[in-house]
Each structure stands twice: as C-alpha cells, then as structure tokens.
Design a protein around this ligand. Sequence first.
Ligand code: CAA
Length: 700
Amino acid sequence: MSEVVSYQLKDNIGVITVNNPPVNALAQVVREGILNAINTAQDDASEAIVLRCAGRTFIAGADITEFGKPPKEPALPDVLSVLENSSKLVVAAIHGTALGGGFETTLACHYRCAIASAKVGLPEVKLGILPGAGGTQRVPRIAGVKAALDMITSGNPVAASKAKDMGLVDELVSGDDLEAAAISYAKELVASGAPLKRIRDIAIDPATIEPGFFESSRKQVARRARGQIAPDRIVSAIQAAVELPFDDGLKKERELFLELVSSSESAAMRHIFFAERQAAKIKDLPKDTPTRAIKKVAIIGGGTMGGGIAMCFANVDIPVVMVEVNDEALQRGLSIINKNYGITVKKGKMSEERMQTRLELISGTTDYADIADVDLVIEAVFENLDLKKEIFSKLDATCKQGAILATNTSYQDVNAIADATSRPQDVVGMHFFSPANVMKLLEVVRGDKTADDVLATAMKTGKQIGKICALSRVCYGFIGNRMLSGYGREAQGLLLDGCTPAQVDSALENFGMAMGPLAMGDLAGLDVGYKARQSRTDLPDDPRLYRMGTVLVEMDRLGQKTGAGYYKYDPETRARMSDPEVEALIKKEAEALGVEQRDISDEEILQRCFYPLINEGALILEEGIAQRPSDIDVVYVYGYAFPAAKGGPMFYADQIGLKNVYDKICEFRDRYGEDYWKPAPLLKELAEKGSSFAEWAEQQ
Ligand code: CAA
C-alpha cells in the first residue's frame, strides 16, 4: 500500500501494519496510509480489522517535527473519524508505548488489546499542548472525568494492567506474537457478535461532577505548573467533554489545540524535547563507539550525594559497594539510604519487597581491596582537590585494568585528578545533582585524555540509570555551576539596590523557577556559599559583593537549618515568611555602603538574574566547553529547574533577541562596572549580525 503502512488480509481479518521507525510517529504518510487501508478494508472480504505496528513500539504520537509547519492533509482527527465510523470492527494491538496521537488512534478503534509490558498515555502537556485528536473527549467517557484530568494534566503514561482497570484497554494478551493474539481476539469478537463500541456514543452525566470541580482543578493545575497555559486549557477541554455534545467537544478541543500549538510555551517545550535527545550525542564520537560493560559499581563516600548515586544504580539492579573511611561513617551512609527508600515505601510508591531487593544490592566496605573487581567507581567525597587526587591514586593502585574511574566533583579540575593516576584515559567526570536519586541531570565531563569508549560508556550508563546527560569540557564549575555564579551575585545585589527578598524570589518564581535564589540559598544553607567564596581568589575586592549573604551568616542566620536566613521559617510547617528585621538590615547596609535604593521592576529582576547566565553561556560556547546552546538549556532545565516552558536560558535569549540582551548588558556594564558585566564576544558578534544562538549552532 505504502512504504510505511501495509494492509494484508489474513483469513477473515484485515491487518493494517504501521512501520515508520524509530517510533512510528504519525507523519503525513502514516495518516494517509491508515486512511487508505481502512477504506480498502471496507470493501474486501475482511470481517474485522487489526491495527498494529512493526518495530519497538505502537505509534508514539504525532510527528513533533511537523508542528509549527503548515498542516498537511489528512488531519489526524479526520482519519480517526473514518476509523471510528468503520463498518467493520477495528481492534488496536498495543505494544511499547501508545502515546499522544498514537493512544488517541487506539481510542477511535472499537476495541483495544495490549501486551502486559505496554504503556499508554497522553504526554502532550509536556510539549505545551493538549491531545488534539479526541483524547480529551474520549478518555473521560471511559475512565471518568477525574482520572482523565489526572492522566492528561500530568502527562504520565500508565501501564497496561492499570489501563485495563481504568477501562482504557479491553484485553491483556500474552505470548510473543501480538499480531496472532490480536487476530484471534478479533475473530472471537466477530464470532460472539460483539458490537462496534464507539467511545463517542458514551454519555457523561454532568450530575456526577461535583459543583466547583473544574474551578478547583484549574486552581490546582495553576499552582502546580506556574505560568503555563496548557494545563488550564486541558481543564477547559475536559469540561467541554462534560458539557457539550461529542462533536462540539471535539471542535472545542481542536480550537484549544491550535491555540497551544502556536504558543511560545509549546515552541520552548518542543525545543527541550529535541535538545534532550541531541545532548546525548557527542559530535566527534561515532554512534558505534564501543562501550565497556558496567556490571558492578563502587561509590567512594557515603554522604548524601554518594548515597543518592548508589540508589540510582540499585534502582536498575546494578550491585553497588559503598566505601567509607570507617564503620561509623559507613553505617550512617547506609542508614540514610534505608531511610530514603523507607519514605518512598511509606508514600506507597514502592513495595516493601522491592525496597529489600534494592537494599540487598547495596553493600559497604572500608577496604579498597574489596572494590578491585568493579567496572566503574564514582568518587563522591567533599570538594578538596588534594583529597580527590589521593583517592584516585589509591584507586589506580587497586582497581582492575579497564575499570572506569569517575569523579562527581562539581568544581575541581578533572584533568588534575586524572593525572594523579597512571591511566588518565580511564578517568571521566560524572557530575550528579542533589538529591542524586531524584534530579534528572548528569553532566558528563570529558577530560583532555578521556578515552572515547570511556566517554561513550559514561553517557550510556547515565541513560541506563534514568539520567539526561549533557557533555561538558573541563572548566571551573563546568557548564551549570560556572553559569550560576552571576545569578546568585545579582540576586543579592538587587537587595542592596532596593528589593526585598520576597520581591526577588517571587519575580523568578512567577517566571516559572521552582524556587527563587534567595529561598534556595536558605534551603541549601547560606554558610555553603559563604565558605565557597572565602576560598576564591578571583573575586573583585568590593564590599557590596554578596554583602547580604555575608552579613546574615555572620549573624548566624544560616537559612532553614537555623530557622532564619533571608526569611524566617515557621518551626513546625517550615513555611517561609518575610522578616521585617532583614528588610531593615538591608536598608541599613545599603546606607552604610552608600548605595542609593530605588524601586525595581520585575522585568529588571529577570534581566539582572538571567542575563549573566546567558552571557556566561556564550563564553562557554566560544570556549567549546558545551557542544551546543541547546545542551546548556538541557543543563538548566534538568539540573537547576529553569522552566521547560521557557526553553532554557539560551533559547529564552533567542526569543528576547540577542541584540536586546546585549544592549541591556552594556547598560548594566555602564552602571555597575566591567568586573561584573562584560559582554561575551560571541554575544556581541551575534547581536551585531542580528543572529541567534540557534543559527550559530546550525553553522557549527
Ligand atoms: N515525533 C517525532 N520524532 C520523535 C517522536 C515524535 N513523536 N518521538 C520520538 N521521536 C524521535 C526522537 O527525537 C529520537 O530521534 P533521534 O534518534 O534522531 O534523536 C527518536 O525518535 C527516538 O526517540 P527516543 O530517543 O526518545 O527513544 P526512546 O526509546 O528513549 O523513547 C518514546 C521512545 C517513549 C516514544 C519517546 O521518544 C517519547 O516519549 N516520544 C514522544 C511521545 C510524545 O510526546 N507523543 C505525543 C506527541 S504530540 C501528539 O501526539 C499530539 C496529538 O494529539 C496529535
């Protein structure tokens, strides 16, 4: 029929097979192919139709690369209407992940069967859109309004067995041959005279919806996804499913879909989707670079970081040995892991049995001889270069040849650490973010001598433990922490200039940051930054610099742990509250330093905090520390909770226009001096050319 959709009559069943690797996305040729196949089946000897996919998965959704381009016929909703109105019964046979438009396709079929390992879901919200082919109208009709709302606003897929319980799947089939199982299911349905079940015909009784349900849902999603519009529009679409006849509901859904697909939010989230996948690719490393097998791992250091990393490996069934200096430290480390898993069990997110299996995979030792046989070591001790060098020289003397020796350092020179061994080619940085078992980002740091297969293995291992990997070359703080320095500096500077802590944090939180920088400082402990600053020799000698952070630490206001920092905290609920004492203190300090306070707009707060990130990002690109601007975006979205709906700092800069960013940085330079605001040459060049980071990346 076509290259990507074939049709074959097998006994009395017409089998449509979609074969559009890698994920059977619903490109125009696929939509057209399905439409033609359904039409063909209407007139042949088939008594029912099976819709299945070749390859690793059922249709994983619309072809995202088509969004933002002129639409091509046939539109998916039209294809699904023909499918649903087929005079012959249609069964969808699901394996892998039936997502977005893929799952919506199955909902237009009359029956759905799936293998146990399959998952179904509507992840559109993660792309800043909503299901645009009937998902918001059909799911509430079979799974109920509340379940539909949870599924579509979270975007999280559900496993086949749960989908069956929810009524989203009719039959779970077993065996290796899904096609055969689906054909035999279709035959049974025909033989039993099963009706053509059309979800559209199911009515939702509005009386079953509690008064105020949609208003409160709207408020709830607004709190969860600050500044995003898609979750709100999803609520509206589901409300339409309840209040309008099916066809009118579909029309409403389409209207909202078209609004969202052309929004900047969706453009940003699509950018992040592709950026994340791009970041996994190392430009000068062929795809078939060999990797080393990682069957056993050792972690040096049983602190919060080491424990979190150990959990990442146990979670994917890889045995881990934790190394500590003495029994007491080891027991403390192991008990933290125990406690962390315990919390997950308490929340009902893991069974007690699963927790035990994972704990059994984690052992401890104080003797390096016990880790001689591991394939990968990750050092996660505190940030002291001499200590790290000493550890690596010990690892060199103990570990088997071919073992990968990784450091989780956030700042130290990976090349110097590698040179403490006789095998610098086996040394690499694997920089996790705290809490390591939760945060998605892994910065993989390539030393000057890191071997290709070591790098490829670090990236592959990162993916295996569920991380999103981005590659960095060696520099102080690598991509993420290096960029962060100006962000924190300006947040504090804004206080002296006239802002309150709450004003700075809320401007950034309203933008979409999970937590403002000052509240974050209170959470991490203000003494952490204070100590780090004391060991730096590169900072200008300026009493205004980091003034408020310093004053608060010297008053022993260290943040949440002492009950007060930039804010005061309710001892019971830990709720943060503005503190008039701090506000008075800021005024006093500004006066003493001769800083004239003024009213500052939220726009200036965003510029002062984000433009240093962008400027440093440009330097990082020029120096070849990051491979691409989109890699920097991935680092910020997954490591620092920069809102995906804004696409990361470099994408955001392109949206503002680099000329605007550059001009503002020059204005700040004239106001605050070159020590703090020095436009990066690449930013200047692109601004003058009227170009963008994205265009620059294409030319590399
Ligand atoms: N459109 C276009 N390309 C896609 C795609 C899609 N929907 N889904 C995946 N791809 C591409 C990826 O970009 C990647 O390309 P490269 O190899 O060139 O980097 C390739 O397919 C493989 O993808 P992954 O690396 O992600 O493979 P995986 O096995 O780790 O994961 C997956 C597979 C779970 C299906 C994952 O790709 C995924 O979540 N895809 C997106 C699903 C989605 O969001 N669907 C909804 C689309 S919107 C929609 O359908 C709207 C509607 O209502 C009509």
